[in-house]
Design a protein around this ligand. Sequence first.
Ligand SMILES: [Zn+2]
Length: 198
Amino acid sequence: MTMATGMKLSAPGRRSFRFDAGTLCLELLLTGGEGDLAQWERLHTPGDLAAWIPLSRAGLGDLVHVSPGDLVTALRLRSAVQRLAETAASGSRAFSAADLATLNDAAAAPPPVPVIGPALERAWASPVTGTQFLSAVARDAVEVFGGPAVDRVRMCGGERCRLLFLDTSRPGARRWCSMERCGNRHKLRTRRDRNPAD
Ligand SMILES: [Zn+2]
């Protein structure tokens, strides 16, 4: 379930940019969060989650049934992934047992069922449920935090930028959420520092 893709992020009064979270579980973090991330909250109702799922890299189409219970699970899972990713990005592996249990609980549900159609196209048995989608997210998180990919979880190096991503580049040297945004800002700043007269 990985499509090389990104999401368009925008904030009021700022230029939008494309951001590739690198993997499904970190993409879910773009829907909001707790504390100062609450200002970005997009998941207020089950319908909000159902509307967001087709935008994600899961490639599930738009026939997703999300229940109120799924929304609760989604928010819990998202908070757990946020903490795990921040811990991993800081170089620590001191993950909270409760957060790992949250992943395991969601991953235990059956994931979406792949089907092959008459034109030999690969699709998902529909309707996909929110529980299945969250299982796919949790299984992705198990892969990421339970394997070598954990060393590739990074937080953008930009000042005041907290975007988390999985660095899937070959050399593993990705530093920025996006070159268009934090990468360029950094380049401009270093140029200014070198030539203060500019
Ligand atoms: Zn950034």
